[in-house]
Design a protein around this ligand. Sequence first.
Ligand code: AMP
Ligand code: MG
Ligand code: MG
Length: 333
Amino acid sequence: MSLASQSSPLLSRILSSSVAVANHAGKIIREVMKKGELGIVEKENARDLQTEADRAAQRCIVSSLSRCFPKITIIGEEGEEECHDAHQQVFDPTAEIPVEIQCPPHLVSLAEEEIVVWVDPLDGTAEYTQAFECCKSDHQGVCKTLGVTCESLLDHVTVLIGIATGGKAVGGVIHQPYYNYQTPGSVLGRTVWGVVGGEVGGMSTVSPPDGCLIVTTTRSHSSSTVNDAIDALSPSEVVRVGGAGHKVMLLLEGKAHVYVFASPGCKKWDTCAPQAVLEAAGGTLTDIKGVQIPYHASAPHRNSTGVLASAAGQQHEVYLAKIPQHVKDNLKA
Ligand code: AMP
Ligand code: MG
Ligand code: MG
């Protein structure tokens, strides 16, 4: 018998399968990049893209999890039609060596019908496509336009699988397909998971430094309200990077104290997994007004009232109180 045995609580089994599936999705993402045919499609606008990596990773995650857990509700970022593929190979997570994940006592008797899984098959698509374009061009790895090394943009890419019940994020998996990309000889990719009220696995979390305030925010979806919210915190440093998953990883790694996004563009699949992992580590993620984000199957996809997340040990309420009222008023539910 492989995978967490059938006697393990459902939440442990879904999370364990999600770790295996996210690793596989990461391989798919790297293969698409290597092949060099990204198949880019514009979604809401030119800053909101979908690639073959997004589609293929979602196909893999949704088909694999729904095969193992047929009665759970799965909501993926990419449209089902674009992701349909009659010849797809379903990945079998039960063939992998399982990670043992403890389930807190109050969540041991969940039924599949009570579970909603929010899937972002590739968070940080803007950075994934820019890294591709950047690496293709003839500037030996340092992009003059973007002012960064091409490869560093790949650190912004994550696969996010968030598990909710009763409208709350309770478990999450964040996979970084390009972790260690620039360290030859090391294992490529890393998967981190967390259960709220339980523990974080796959990494050692670190507290951010005392005596300064590092704020992380978007690098490709900025606006005046995003910047007004950041200015109001008087940060000593602002780290502008892609992906909700990557920014929450910075909080877990002690590289930032707060993640601020005072804009309506982020969706439930961007925040469910990161929120669960962050809260398992003792941090907090709410909207910009301090209200809990709901993760019921019927919840609107868009986080229209923004996002504010703080690392473990930070005073979330203090940051919320500093966000200007006009910024809060501008973001309506
Ligand atoms: P960012 O911090 O800009 O990388 O955004 C985090 C997540 O929210 C990514 O999945 C983005 O695609 C999504 N997002 C944020 N703002 C927007 C927007 N204005 N339009 C579409 N997606 C957005
Ligand atoms: Mg995303
Ligand atoms: Mg995505």
